[in-house]
Design a protein around this ligand. Structure first.
Ligand SMILES: Cc1cc2nc3c(=O)[nH]c(=O)nc-3n(C[C@H](O)[C@H](O)[C@H](O)COP(=O)(O)OP(=O)(O)OC[C@H]3O[C@@H](n4cnc5c(N)ncnc54)[C@H](O)[C@@H]3O)c2cc1C
Length: 404
């Protein structure tokens, strides 16, 4: 099946583009007063947690998102085999496997020793180690992954749906209540940001809160959790394009390093037409944002063309493009309790995904570490809330314990 000739169209690929209904914003309903688990953010981390908790009829979960509705166009579209294994655990891998571009090989291109101003393929390797997984690393639009998680939530026993158009303003953890597991020590204050009720404030009390609210996490800030690591931010350009080219590996995941002009990563897109190009743009000054570089899609195309010389790259259509900055950082702790936790406190507030670690897009680890964070946390929260496990299960605070 080939699809996405003229850009990504949100929704179910099994329904022809022409027959798909336009997306309408979901209706807004009031936030609940009190829940067991409050999730802030509908990225892959938040949705994976909500998808898992939705299957427990006796656990009251609420997921809140500042945007007006589900994601329509993806950004993190590289799906690792581990992520597909998690989708298999949600009984949702088959559709994804059918729709994905499956990655089998990596090609490496470097300056040609005889003509270093040009590039030459040095080698090709299998994409994933033999026997690593029953699945391949794959490519599918992040919006489609979100759709499938949202469908699973809606069709679950709790019919869980996100509350959109609410921005977390403030999060308070009542320290006098945190070690009473029946108490609701978390108070979260949200502000509506849709046109009809803008600035209307609501509060939710929760037994546990999980901040899945991305790299600029308000939950992390309210818990005074510091980020550590690389202080330099690197700018990247990314675009999904329809190209005519004589570059022989355009349908193979390829890393192209030029001598003078930087690097391009090529990822063939699902659907058979589009290809994604990640273009390395260089380091940013302190506090500089990638948007301040004032670059256009044409600048990215010109840069990619210079890197891929002597091959031609004639871009016929730009389906989506963006420029963004990323630093490689990790939080000093992942919960509201001190990192060394000498008193053995049970945590009640967590951060997960980009809220506690950010990565270079080179390895596609952003989504593929965020989603496992909460897949792991989800079953532990459920086991503790249902009284099947001792709450000490929630005390792991190292990244390695946080992940699968
Ligand atoms: C252009 C681009 C390309 C990328 N490509 C890849 C890739 O190929 N592979 C890969 O693995 N990763 C990639 N990444 C990284 C990837 O997008 C992130 O690592 C991943 O989405 C993190 O998931 P998350 O759920 O932790 O956070 P996010 O996806 O950032 O989700 C956080 C959510 O919280 C919401 N939110 C934030 N603040 C509030 C608030 N105060 N109140 C309510 N809601 C709030 C946000 O609106 C957002 O929906 C890419 C990122 C970008 C920008």
């Amino acid at each position: 099946m080939q699809y996405h000739l003229n850009g990504f169209k949100p929704g179910n690929y099994q329904i022809p583009d022409a027959a798909r209904e336009p997306d309408t914003p979901p209706p807004i309903t009031a936030l609940p007063d009190e829940v067991d688990v409050l999730i802030v953010g509908c990225g892959p981390a938040g949705l994976a947690l909500a998808r898992q908790l939705a299957d427990f009829a006796d656990i009251k979960t609420c997921i809140v998102e500042q945007k007006p509705g589900p994601m329509l166009f993806g950004q993190a579209d590289g799906i690792s085999c581990r992520t597909l294994e998690i989708m298999e655990a949600f009984n949702s891998s088959e559709l994804l496997v059918k729709e994905c571009y499956q990655l089998h090989q990596n090609a490496f291109w470097e300056p040609d020793a005889d003509h270093p101003e040009q590039i030459k393929r040095t080698h090709k390797v299998p994409d994933a180690r033999l026997g690593l997984s029953e699945f391949t690393h794959s490519v599918v639009n992040q919006a489609r992954l979100h759709d499938i998680l949202l469908d699973g939530m809606a069709n679950s026993v709790t019919h869980l749906v996100p509350h959109y158009s609410r921005r977390l303003l403030e999060l308070d953890v009542d320290q006098s209540l945190t070690q009473n597991l029946d108490a609701h020590p978390i108070t979260a204050t949200f502000e509506r940001n849709d046109a009809s009720e803008s600035a209307h404030v609501e509060t939710v009390k929760a037994r546990y809160v999980v901040g899945c609210d991305g790299a600029r996490s308000a939950v992390r800030k309210s818990l005074s959790i510091e980020l550590q690591g690389d202080s330099a931010n690197k700018a990247w350009g990314v675009m999904d394009v329809l190209v005519v080219t004589d570059f022989p590996d355009i349908r193979v995941k390829s890393f192209v390093q030029s001598r003078d002009n930087g690097a391009v990563m090529i990822i063939p897109r699902e659907g058979g037409y589009l290809v994604r190009l990640y273009v390395e743009l260089g380091l940013l000054e302190n506090n500089q944002r990638a948007s301040q570089l004032n670059l256009s899609a044409d600048d990215l195309i010109a840069k990619a063309q210079s890197i891929m010389s002597p091959y031609s790259l004639d871009v016929k259509e730009v389906a989506w493009w963006s420029i963004y900055e990323v630093g490689q950082r990790v939080a000093e702790r992942f919960t509201d309790v001190p990192a060394d936790n000498p008193s053995g406190l049970i945590p009640r507030a967590f951060v997960a995904g980009d809220a506690c670690h950010t990565h270079s897009p080179k390895g596609g680890w952003g989504l593929n570490t965020s989603l496992p964070d909460t897949f792991n946390l989800g079953w532990k929260l459920a086991a503790v809330l249902q009284g099947r496990s001792h709450p000490e299960l929630l005390m792991g605070s190292k990244v390695s314990e946080h992940h699968l």
